[in-house]
Design a protein around this ligand. Structure first.
Ligand SMILES: Cc1cc2nc3c(=O)[nH]c(=O)nc-3n(C[C@H](O)[C@H](O)[C@H](O)COP(=O)(O)O)c2cc1C
Ligand code: SF4
Length: 475
Protein backbone atom coordinates (compact mmCIF):
# COMPACT_ATOMS: atom_id res chain seq x y z
CA UNK A 1 0.00 0.00 0.00
CA UNK A 2 1.30 3.46 -0.79
CA UNK A 3 -0.13 6.25 1.29
CA UNK A 4 1.19 9.62 0.31
CA UNK A 5 0.85 12.47 2.75
CA UNK A 6 0.71 15.54 0.55
CA UNK A 7 -0.52 18.45 2.60
CA UNK A 8 -0.07 18.79 6.29
CA UNK A 9 -2.02 21.24 8.33
CA UNK A 10 -2.14 19.58 11.72
CA UNK A 11 -4.73 17.32 13.31
CA UNK A 12 -4.28 17.65 16.99
CA UNK A 13 -7.01 18.21 19.50
CA UNK A 14 -5.53 21.59 20.32
CA UNK A 15 -5.32 22.95 16.81
CA UNK A 16 -8.30 21.22 15.23
CA UNK A 17 -6.69 21.72 11.84
CA UNK A 18 -7.04 19.12 9.11
CA UNK A 19 -4.61 16.77 7.42
CA UNK A 20 -5.19 15.90 3.81
CA UNK A 21 -3.66 12.66 2.65
CA UNK A 22 -3.71 11.50 -0.91
CA UNK A 23 -3.44 7.83 -1.66
CA UNK A 24 -2.77 5.80 -4.72
CA UNK A 25 -5.60 3.54 -5.84
CA UNK A 26 -4.30 0.13 -6.86
CA UNK A 27 -6.16 -1.44 -9.74
CA UNK A 28 -7.14 -5.03 -9.03
CA UNK A 29 -8.40 -7.64 -11.43
CA UNK A 30 -11.59 -9.29 -10.25
CA UNK A 31 -12.81 -12.65 -11.56
CA UNK A 32 -15.51 -11.03 -13.74
CA UNK A 33 -14.08 -8.32 -15.92
CA UNK A 34 -16.76 -7.05 -18.25
CA UNK A 35 -16.15 -3.31 -18.53
CA UNK A 36 -12.53 -3.75 -17.53
CA UNK A 37 -11.91 -6.70 -19.83
CA UNK A 38 -8.34 -6.04 -21.03
CA UNK A 39 -9.42 -6.59 -24.67
CA UNK A 40 -11.37 -3.32 -24.57
CA UNK A 41 -9.97 -1.58 -21.52
CA UNK A 42 -6.71 0.14 -20.68
CA UNK A 43 -5.59 1.71 -23.94
CA UNK A 44 -8.08 4.54 -24.60
CA UNK A 45 -7.50 4.57 -28.38
CA UNK A 46 -10.22 3.67 -30.88
CA UNK A 47 -7.91 1.19 -32.63
CA UNK A 48 -7.40 -0.77 -29.43
CA UNK A 49 -11.09 -0.66 -28.50
CA UNK A 50 -12.20 -1.87 -31.92
CA UNK A 51 -9.54 -4.59 -32.00
CA UNK A 52 -11.09 -6.04 -28.83
CA UNK A 53 -14.62 -5.95 -30.25
CA UNK A 54 -15.56 -2.39 -29.33
CA UNK A 55 -18.48 -0.75 -31.21
CA UNK A 56 -19.91 -4.21 -31.89
CA UNK A 57 -23.01 -3.24 -29.89
CA UNK A 58 -23.56 -0.09 -31.95
CA UNK A 59 -22.99 -1.97 -35.23
CA UNK A 60 -25.59 -4.53 -34.16
CA UNK A 61 -28.08 -1.81 -33.22
CA UNK A 62 -27.67 0.07 -36.49
CA UNK A 63 -27.85 -3.02 -38.66
CA UNK A 64 -31.48 -3.74 -37.97
CA UNK A 65 -32.74 -3.12 -34.42
CA UNK A 66 -35.47 -0.57 -33.84
CA UNK A 67 -35.34 1.96 -30.98
CA UNK A 68 -37.97 -0.05 -29.11
CA UNK A 69 -35.94 -3.27 -29.60
CA UNK A 70 -33.01 -1.56 -27.91
CA UNK A 71 -35.10 -0.37 -24.98
CA UNK A 72 -36.62 -3.85 -24.66
CA UNK A 73 -33.11 -5.33 -24.36
CA UNK A 74 -32.10 -2.81 -21.72
CA UNK A 75 -35.31 -3.61 -19.85
CA UNK A 76 -34.65 -7.32 -20.06
CA UNK A 77 -31.11 -6.84 -18.81
CA UNK A 78 -32.44 -5.25 -15.61
CA UNK A 79 -29.69 -2.60 -15.78
CA UNK A 80 -29.87 -0.14 -12.88
CA UNK A 81 -28.13 3.23 -12.98
CA UNK A 82 -24.63 3.28 -11.51
CA UNK A 83 -24.74 6.97 -10.47
CA UNK A 84 -26.24 6.55 -7.01
CA UNK A 85 -29.86 5.54 -6.69
CA UNK A 86 -29.88 2.35 -8.79
CA UNK A 87 -32.90 3.50 -10.79
CA UNK A 88 -33.90 1.15 -13.67
CA UNK A 89 -32.32 2.58 -16.82
CA UNK A 90 -34.99 1.33 -19.22
CA UNK A 91 -37.76 3.19 -17.36
CA UNK A 92 -36.05 6.52 -17.98
CA UNK A 93 -35.38 5.70 -21.62
CA UNK A 94 -38.95 4.56 -22.19
CA UNK A 95 -40.37 7.79 -20.75
CA UNK A 96 -38.21 9.90 -23.03
CA UNK A 97 -38.71 7.71 -26.11
CA UNK A 98 -42.51 7.84 -25.71
CA UNK A 99 -42.68 11.56 -24.97
CA UNK A 100 -44.94 13.67 -27.16
CA UNK A 101 -42.18 16.33 -27.52
CA UNK A 102 -40.01 15.23 -30.46
CA UNK A 103 -36.79 17.02 -29.45
CA UNK A 104 -34.96 14.91 -26.87
CA UNK A 105 -31.47 14.83 -25.39
CA UNK A 106 -29.07 12.32 -23.87
CA UNK A 107 -26.73 13.42 -21.10
CA UNK A 108 -23.88 11.53 -19.43
CA UNK A 109 -22.90 12.37 -15.88
CA UNK A 110 -19.12 12.07 -15.54
CA UNK A 111 -18.91 14.47 -12.63
CA UNK A 112 -18.01 11.93 -9.92
CA UNK A 113 -18.21 14.13 -6.86
CA UNK A 114 -19.13 11.64 -4.14
CA UNK A 115 -16.27 11.24 -1.67
CA UNK A 116 -14.75 7.79 -2.06
CA UNK A 117 -15.99 7.17 -5.61
CA UNK A 118 -13.20 6.86 -8.16
CA UNK A 119 -14.76 4.57 -10.76
CA UNK A 120 -15.93 7.15 -13.29
CA UNK A 121 -12.57 8.84 -13.65
CA UNK A 122 -10.97 5.42 -13.94
CA UNK A 123 -13.42 4.44 -16.68
CA UNK A 124 -13.06 7.74 -18.55
CA UNK A 125 -9.27 7.56 -18.54
CA UNK A 126 -9.06 3.90 -19.58
CA UNK A 127 -12.09 3.31 -21.82
CA UNK A 128 -13.72 6.48 -23.18
CA UNK A 129 -15.12 4.74 -26.27
CA UNK A 130 -17.13 2.34 -24.14
CA UNK A 131 -18.99 5.35 -22.71
CA UNK A 132 -19.40 7.06 -26.10
CA UNK A 133 -20.72 3.85 -27.65
CA UNK A 134 -23.36 3.50 -24.90
CA UNK A 135 -24.36 7.14 -25.35
CA UNK A 136 -24.76 6.77 -29.13
CA UNK A 137 -26.94 3.71 -28.55
CA UNK A 138 -29.03 5.71 -26.04
CA UNK A 139 -29.39 8.56 -28.55
CA UNK A 140 -30.67 6.07 -31.11
CA UNK A 141 -33.07 4.45 -28.62
CA UNK A 142 -34.76 7.72 -27.63
CA UNK A 143 -34.25 9.54 -30.99
CA UNK A 144 -32.14 12.23 -29.37
CA UNK A 145 -31.06 15.38 -31.16
CA UNK A 146 -27.64 15.30 -29.46
CA UNK A 147 -25.61 13.80 -26.61
CA UNK A 148 -23.72 15.76 -23.93
CA UNK A 149 -21.04 14.31 -21.69
CA UNK A 150 -20.32 16.35 -18.57
CA UNK A 151 -16.77 16.17 -17.22
CA UNK A 152 -15.25 18.36 -14.52
CA UNK A 153 -12.77 21.10 -15.34
CA UNK A 154 -10.59 19.72 -12.54
CA UNK A 155 -9.98 16.50 -14.52
CA UNK A 156 -7.87 17.73 -17.47
CA UNK A 157 -6.54 14.26 -18.29
CA UNK A 158 -10.08 12.96 -18.72
CA UNK A 159 -11.12 15.97 -20.81
CA UNK A 160 -8.26 15.38 -23.27
CA UNK A 161 -8.96 11.66 -23.47
CA UNK A 162 -12.67 12.23 -24.13
CA UNK A 163 -12.04 14.93 -26.73
CA UNK A 164 -9.59 12.69 -28.55
CA UNK A 165 -12.02 9.76 -28.43
CA UNK A 166 -14.80 11.92 -29.89
CA UNK A 167 -12.51 13.05 -32.74
CA UNK A 168 -11.55 9.45 -33.47
CA UNK A 169 -15.19 8.33 -33.49
CA UNK A 170 -16.15 11.19 -35.84
CA UNK A 171 -13.29 10.39 -38.21
CA UNK A 172 -14.25 6.70 -38.27
CA UNK A 173 -17.91 7.40 -39.07
CA UNK A 174 -19.08 6.08 -35.70
CA UNK A 175 -20.40 9.50 -34.71
CA UNK A 176 -21.73 12.47 -36.66
CA UNK A 177 -23.65 12.30 -39.92
CA UNK A 178 -25.03 9.04 -41.26
CA UNK A 179 -23.31 6.80 -38.71
CA UNK A 180 -21.94 3.63 -40.36
CA UNK A 181 -24.13 4.42 -43.40
CA UNK A 182 -27.29 3.73 -41.38
CA UNK A 183 -28.96 7.10 -41.96
CA UNK A 184 -28.84 7.79 -38.20
CA UNK A 185 -26.94 10.96 -37.24
CA UNK A 186 -25.96 12.32 -33.86
CA UNK A 187 -23.05 14.16 -32.27
CA UNK A 188 -21.79 14.20 -28.68
CA UNK A 189 -20.53 17.31 -26.96
CA UNK A 190 -17.74 16.93 -24.39
CA UNK A 191 -18.86 19.57 -21.92
CA UNK A 192 -16.31 20.85 -19.42
CA UNK A 193 -18.23 21.94 -16.33
CA UNK A 194 -17.59 23.24 -12.83
CA UNK A 195 -15.88 20.96 -10.33
CA UNK A 196 -18.40 21.71 -7.56
CA UNK A 197 -19.98 18.65 -5.90
CA UNK A 198 -23.48 19.97 -6.53
CA UNK A 199 -22.85 20.07 -10.29
CA UNK A 200 -23.18 16.25 -10.25
CA UNK A 201 -26.84 16.46 -9.26
CA UNK A 202 -28.64 15.86 -12.52
CA UNK A 203 -30.69 19.06 -12.72
CA UNK A 204 -27.77 21.23 -11.53
CA UNK A 205 -25.75 19.56 -14.27
CA UNK A 206 -28.42 20.50 -16.82
CA UNK A 207 -28.28 24.11 -15.60
CA UNK A 208 -24.51 24.05 -16.13
CA UNK A 209 -24.97 22.62 -19.64
CA UNK A 210 -27.30 25.54 -20.38
CA UNK A 211 -24.62 28.00 -19.23
CA UNK A 212 -25.96 28.84 -15.80
CA UNK A 213 -24.71 28.37 -12.25
CA UNK A 214 -25.23 24.70 -11.28
CA UNK A 215 -28.22 24.91 -8.93
CA UNK A 216 -30.65 21.98 -8.68
CA UNK A 217 -34.13 22.61 -10.06
CA UNK A 218 -37.22 22.00 -7.91
CA UNK A 219 -38.75 18.56 -8.41
CA UNK A 220 -41.28 17.02 -8.43
CA UNK A 221 -43.27 17.47 -10.57
CA UNK A 222 -40.85 17.76 -13.48
CA UNK A 223 -37.92 15.38 -13.68
CA UNK A 224 -35.43 15.48 -16.57
CA UNK A 225 -37.37 12.78 -18.44
CA UNK A 226 -40.20 15.35 -18.71
CA UNK A 227 -38.34 18.67 -18.73
CA UNK A 228 -34.59 18.26 -18.96
CA UNK A 229 -32.04 20.02 -21.11
CA UNK A 230 -33.61 23.19 -22.59
CA UNK A 231 -36.83 21.91 -20.98
CA UNK A 232 -36.97 18.97 -23.39
CA UNK A 233 -37.27 15.30 -22.37
CA UNK A 234 -33.79 14.13 -21.40
CA UNK A 235 -32.13 10.91 -20.35
CA UNK A 236 -29.47 11.52 -17.72
CA UNK A 237 -27.32 8.55 -16.83
CA UNK A 238 -24.00 8.00 -15.16
CA UNK A 239 -21.03 7.26 -17.45
CA UNK A 240 -20.68 3.71 -16.09
CA UNK A 241 -24.34 3.07 -16.90
CA UNK A 242 -23.62 3.89 -20.57
CA UNK A 243 -20.57 1.62 -20.56
CA UNK A 244 -22.82 -1.28 -19.47
CA UNK A 245 -25.25 -0.42 -22.28
CA UNK A 246 -22.53 -0.96 -24.89
CA UNK A 247 -21.64 -4.37 -23.38
CA UNK A 248 -25.30 -5.45 -23.12
CA UNK A 249 -25.93 -4.65 -26.79
CA UNK A 250 -22.71 -6.39 -27.83
CA UNK A 251 -22.97 -9.52 -25.69
CA UNK A 252 -26.69 -9.87 -24.93
CA UNK A 253 -28.82 -9.71 -21.84
CA UNK A 254 -28.27 -13.34 -20.82
CA UNK A 255 -24.54 -12.77 -20.48
CA UNK A 256 -25.13 -9.55 -18.54
CA UNK A 257 -27.46 -11.30 -16.09
CA UNK A 258 -25.00 -14.14 -15.53
CA UNK A 259 -23.33 -11.83 -13.01
CA UNK A 260 -24.87 -10.06 -10.07
CA UNK A 261 -28.21 -10.89 -8.46
CA UNK A 262 -31.65 -11.19 -10.08
CA UNK A 263 -32.65 -7.71 -8.85
CA UNK A 264 -29.23 -6.10 -9.18
CA UNK A 265 -27.72 -7.77 -12.24
CA UNK A 266 -24.29 -7.19 -13.74
CA UNK A 267 -21.01 -5.94 -12.40
CA UNK A 268 -19.96 -2.61 -10.91
CA UNK A 269 -16.64 -0.90 -10.42
CA UNK A 270 -16.00 -0.61 -6.67
CA UNK A 271 -13.58 1.80 -5.05
CA UNK A 272 -12.30 1.16 -1.53
CA UNK A 273 -10.49 3.90 0.34
CA UNK A 274 -9.83 4.86 3.94
CA UNK A 275 -8.20 2.70 6.58
CA UNK A 276 -7.35 -0.40 4.58
CA UNK A 277 -3.94 -1.75 3.64
CA UNK A 278 -4.51 -1.29 -0.05
CA UNK A 279 -6.98 1.28 -1.44
CA UNK A 280 -8.32 -0.30 -4.64
CA UNK A 281 -10.58 -0.03 -7.63
CA UNK A 282 -11.93 -3.36 -8.84
CA UNK A 283 -14.84 -4.52 -10.98
CA UNK A 284 -16.93 -7.19 -9.23
CA UNK A 285 -20.41 -8.67 -9.62
CA UNK A 286 -23.15 -6.88 -7.70
CA UNK A 287 -23.98 -8.88 -4.57
CA UNK A 288 -20.28 -9.61 -3.93
CA UNK A 289 -19.38 -9.95 -0.26
CA UNK A 290 -18.22 -6.74 1.41
CA UNK A 291 -16.02 -8.84 3.66
CA UNK A 292 -14.24 -10.49 0.74
CA UNK A 293 -13.80 -7.18 -1.03
CA UNK A 294 -12.20 -5.68 2.08
CA UNK A 295 -9.95 -8.65 2.89
CA UNK A 296 -9.20 -10.24 -0.48
CA UNK A 297 -8.79 -7.07 -2.52
CA UNK A 298 -8.21 -4.19 -0.11
CA UNK A 299 -5.85 -6.25 2.09
CA UNK A 300 -7.81 -5.97 5.36
CA UNK A 301 -7.55 -3.39 8.17
CA UNK A 302 -4.40 -1.37 8.84
CA UNK A 303 -1.78 -3.21 10.96
CA UNK A 304 -2.84 -3.50 14.59
CA UNK A 305 -6.39 -2.33 13.89
CA UNK A 306 -9.83 -3.76 13.30
CA UNK A 307 -12.64 -2.36 11.17
CA UNK A 308 -14.96 0.09 12.92
CA UNK A 309 -17.55 0.91 10.25
CA UNK A 310 -18.05 1.64 6.56
CA UNK A 311 -19.58 4.38 4.44
CA UNK A 312 -20.60 1.92 1.72
CA UNK A 313 -22.01 4.50 -0.70
CA UNK A 314 -19.83 7.40 0.39
CA UNK A 315 -21.18 9.68 3.14
CA UNK A 316 -24.53 10.24 1.38
CA UNK A 317 -25.88 6.82 2.29
CA UNK A 318 -24.94 6.67 5.96
CA UNK A 319 -22.92 4.25 8.01
CA UNK A 320 -22.77 0.46 8.13
CA UNK A 321 -21.28 -0.83 11.43
CA UNK A 322 -18.46 -3.40 11.13
CA UNK A 323 -20.69 -6.16 12.57
CA UNK A 324 -22.65 -6.01 9.28
CA UNK A 325 -19.58 -6.84 7.18
CA UNK A 326 -21.36 -9.88 5.71
CA UNK A 327 -23.87 -7.67 3.84
CA UNK A 328 -23.82 -8.32 0.08
CA UNK A 329 -22.87 -5.34 -2.02
CA UNK A 330 -26.10 -4.64 -3.86
CA UNK A 331 -28.75 -1.93 -3.71
CA UNK A 332 -31.55 -3.66 -1.82
CA UNK A 333 -29.52 -5.57 0.78
CA UNK A 334 -27.69 -2.40 1.78
CA UNK A 335 -30.89 -0.37 1.82
CA UNK A 336 -32.42 -2.96 4.15
CA UNK A 337 -29.52 -2.30 6.54
CA UNK A 338 -30.24 1.44 6.48
CA UNK A 339 -27.45 2.39 4.11
CA UNK A 340 -26.92 2.14 0.34
CA UNK A 341 -24.57 1.32 -2.51
CA UNK A 342 -24.52 4.80 -4.07
CA UNK A 343 -21.74 4.87 -6.63
CA UNK A 344 -19.89 2.03 -4.87
CA UNK A 345 -17.24 4.20 -3.26
CA UNK A 346 -16.64 2.49 0.09
CA UNK A 347 -14.84 4.48 2.78
CA UNK A 348 -13.53 2.34 5.62
CA UNK A 349 -12.98 3.50 9.19
CA UNK A 350 -10.50 1.57 11.30
CA UNK A 351 -10.53 1.26 15.07
CA UNK A 352 -8.17 4.23 15.42
CA UNK A 353 -10.34 6.57 13.33
CA UNK A 354 -12.69 8.97 15.06
CA UNK A 355 -16.23 8.49 13.85
CA UNK A 356 -17.11 11.90 15.29
CA UNK A 357 -14.27 13.70 13.50
CA UNK A 358 -15.09 11.86 10.27
CA UNK A 359 -18.78 12.77 10.42
CA UNK A 360 -17.83 16.36 11.23
CA UNK A 361 -15.54 16.43 8.17
CA UNK A 362 -18.32 15.11 5.94
CA UNK A 363 -20.80 17.59 7.40
CA UNK A 364 -18.38 20.36 6.49
CA UNK A 365 -18.26 18.89 2.99
CA UNK A 366 -22.07 19.16 2.77
CA UNK A 367 -22.12 22.67 4.22
CA UNK A 368 -19.55 23.84 1.66
CA UNK A 369 -21.19 21.80 -1.13
CA UNK A 370 -24.69 23.20 -0.57
CA UNK A 371 -25.63 25.63 -3.31
CA UNK A 372 -27.49 27.63 -0.64
CA UNK A 373 -30.73 28.29 -2.52
CA UNK A 374 -32.97 26.42 -0.03
CA UNK A 375 -32.86 28.03 3.44
CA UNK A 376 -33.33 24.73 5.37
CA UNK A 377 -30.26 23.34 3.60
CA UNK A 378 -28.15 26.47 3.97
CA UNK A 379 -28.91 26.76 7.67
CA UNK A 380 -29.29 23.06 8.44
CA UNK A 381 -25.97 21.91 6.98
CA UNK A 382 -24.23 24.76 8.79
CA UNK A 383 -25.92 23.89 12.06
CA UNK A 384 -25.05 20.18 11.78
CA UNK A 385 -21.44 20.99 11.05
CA UNK A 386 -21.12 23.53 13.85
CA UNK A 387 -22.77 21.23 16.38
CA UNK A 388 -20.48 18.33 15.45
CA UNK A 389 -17.43 20.60 15.68
CA UNK A 390 -18.76 21.86 19.03
CA UNK A 391 -19.03 18.28 20.30
CA UNK A 392 -15.46 17.64 19.17
CA UNK A 393 -14.33 20.66 21.12
CA UNK A 394 -16.12 19.45 24.22
CA UNK A 395 -19.07 21.83 24.18
CA UNK A 396 -22.57 20.94 25.38
CA UNK A 397 -22.52 17.22 24.74
CA UNK A 398 -26.12 16.32 25.66
CA UNK A 399 -27.53 19.54 24.20
CA UNK A 400 -25.47 18.91 21.08
CA UNK A 401 -26.86 15.41 20.58
CA UNK A 402 -30.40 16.74 21.08
CA UNK A 403 -29.79 19.54 18.57
CA UNK A 404 -28.45 17.12 15.99
CA UNK A 405 -31.60 15.03 16.31
CA UNK A 406 -33.84 18.06 16.00
CA UNK A 407 -32.06 19.55 13.00
CA UNK A 408 -31.96 16.28 11.06
CA UNK A 409 -35.72 15.83 11.56
CA UNK A 410 -36.39 19.42 10.48
CA UNK A 411 -34.39 19.43 7.26
CA UNK A 412 -34.86 15.98 5.71
CA UNK A 413 -36.54 16.17 2.30
CA UNK A 414 -36.93 19.97 2.48
CA UNK A 415 -34.74 21.07 -0.41
CA UNK A 416 -34.60 20.94 -4.18
CA UNK A 417 -32.19 18.02 -4.17
CA UNK A 418 -30.87 15.06 -2.21
CA UNK A 419 -27.91 16.86 -0.62
CA UNK A 420 -29.95 18.12 2.31
CA UNK A 421 -31.37 14.68 3.05
CA UNK A 422 -27.96 13.04 2.65
CA UNK A 423 -26.43 15.40 5.22
CA UNK A 424 -29.24 14.66 7.69
CA UNK A 425 -29.22 10.95 7.02
CA UNK A 426 -25.50 10.65 7.70
CA UNK A 427 -25.87 12.30 11.13
CA UNK A 428 -28.95 10.21 11.98
CA UNK A 429 -27.01 7.13 11.07
CA UNK A 430 -24.15 8.22 13.37
CA UNK A 431 -26.60 8.69 16.25
CA UNK A 432 -28.40 5.43 15.56
CA UNK A 433 -25.30 3.28 15.64
CA UNK A 434 -22.79 5.19 17.68
CA UNK A 435 -24.49 7.24 20.42
CA UNK A 436 -22.89 5.17 23.26
CA UNK A 437 -19.47 5.47 21.60
CA UNK A 438 -20.07 9.17 21.05
CA UNK A 439 -20.89 9.64 24.74
CA UNK A 440 -17.70 7.77 25.66
CA UNK A 441 -15.69 9.96 23.32
CA UNK A 442 -17.33 13.09 24.72
CA UNK A 443 -16.73 11.96 28.30
CA UNK A 444 -13.03 11.65 27.54
CA UNK A 445 -12.80 15.32 26.69
CA UNK A 446 -9.68 16.93 28.07
CA UNK A 447 -7.66 13.81 27.42
CA UNK A 448 -5.97 12.99 24.14
CA UNK A 449 -8.51 11.30 21.88
CA UNK A 450 -7.96 10.21 18.31
CA UNK A 451 -8.97 12.75 15.72
CA UNK A 452 -7.82 10.57 12.86
CA UNK A 453 -10.09 10.49 9.85
CA UNK A 454 -9.76 8.08 6.95
CA UNK A 455 -8.49 9.39 3.64
CA UNK A 456 -10.58 9.18 0.49
CA UNK A 457 -8.79 11.50 -1.94
CA UNK A 458 -6.65 9.80 -4.53
CA UNK A 459 -3.57 10.90 -6.36
CA UNK A 460 -3.37 8.39 -9.18
CA UNK A 461 -4.24 4.86 -10.23
CA UNK A 462 -1.55 2.20 -9.99
CA UNK A 463 -1.68 -0.51 -12.63
CA UNK A 464 -1.38 -4.08 -11.37
CA UNK A 465 2.01 -5.70 -11.70
CA UNK A 466 1.39 -9.12 -13.26
CA UNK A 467 1.41 -11.80 -10.59
CA UNK A 468 1.26 -9.36 -7.69
CA UNK A 469 -1.49 -6.79 -7.15
CA UNK A 470 -3.61 -8.05 -10.02
CA UNK A 471 -5.23 -10.79 -8.03
CA UNK A 472 -6.61 -11.22 -4.52
CA UNK A 473 -4.03 -11.05 -1.73
CA UNK A 474 -5.81 -13.12 0.90
CA UNK A 475 -8.04 -16.07 0.65
C1 LIG B 1 -25.80 16.22 -4.46
C2 LIG B 1 -25.80 15.16 -5.53
C3 LIG B 1 -24.64 14.91 -6.25
C4 LIG B 1 -24.64 13.93 -7.25
N1 LIG B 1 -23.47 13.69 -7.92
C5 LIG B 1 -23.46 12.75 -8.90
C6 LIG B 1 -22.25 12.48 -9.64
O1 LIG B 1 -21.20 13.07 -9.38
N2 LIG B 1 -22.32 11.55 -10.64
C7 LIG B 1 -23.48 10.86 -10.93
O2 LIG B 1 -23.50 10.05 -11.86
N3 LIG B 1 -24.62 11.09 -10.24
C8 LIG B 1 -24.62 12.02 -9.25
N4 LIG B 1 -25.80 12.26 -8.58
C9 LIG B 1 -27.01 11.52 -8.99
C10 LIG B 1 -27.62 12.19 -10.23
O3 LIG B 1 -28.47 13.24 -9.80
C11 LIG B 1 -28.42 11.21 -11.11
O4 LIG B 1 -29.31 10.51 -10.29
C12 LIG B 1 -27.55 10.21 -11.87
O5 LIG B 1 -26.59 10.85 -12.66
C13 LIG B 1 -28.45 9.35 -12.76
O6 LIG B 1 -27.70 8.36 -13.41
P1 LIG B 1 -28.02 6.79 -13.29
O7 LIG B 1 -29.50 6.63 -13.44
O8 LIG B 1 -27.24 6.17 -14.38
O9 LIG B 1 -27.57 6.36 -11.93
C14 LIG B 1 -25.82 13.21 -7.55
C15 LIG B 1 -27.00 13.48 -6.82
C16 LIG B 1 -26.97 14.43 -5.81
C17 LIG B 1 -28.24 14.67 -5.04
S1 SF4 C 1 -31.09 21.08 -1.03
FE1 SF4 C 1 -29.23 22.27 -0.65
S2 SF4 C 1 -27.84 21.75 -2.32
FE2 SF4 C 1 -29.90 21.01 -2.90
S3 SF4 C 1 -30.77 22.70 -4.08
FE3 SF4 C 1 -31.37 23.10 -1.97
S4 SF4 C 1 -29.73 24.39 -1.13
FE4 SF4 C 1 -28.97 23.53 -3.01
Amino acid sequence: MALQPLLFSGATKASNLKVLFLMNMTIMEGPDRVLTNPAIFGDPSLASYERGGGYKGLRRVLSGLSPSDVIAEIKESGLRGRGGSGFPTALKWEKVANHRVPVRYVVANGSEGEPGSHKDHYLISRSPHQILEGMIIACFAVSAKSGHLFVKESFPEGINILRKAREEALAAGLLGNNILGSGFSVDIEIFVGPAAYIAGEETALLEALEGRVPRPRPKPPFYPTEMGLYNKPTVVNNVETYAHVSRILAEGTVKFRERGTPKSPGTMIFSVSGSVRRPVVVELPLGFSLERLLYDYAGGPLPGETFQCFFTGGPSFGILPAREIDTPLEYDALRAKGTGLGSAGIIVLGSKDSILATTAAFSEFYEKGSCGQCPPCRLGTESLHQTLEGLMNGQNSEDGIERLLKVTKMIKGRGNCGLITASAFMVESLLEHFTPLLREELASRGTEVSRRIPTWHYDHFVDPVPGTAGSPSHS
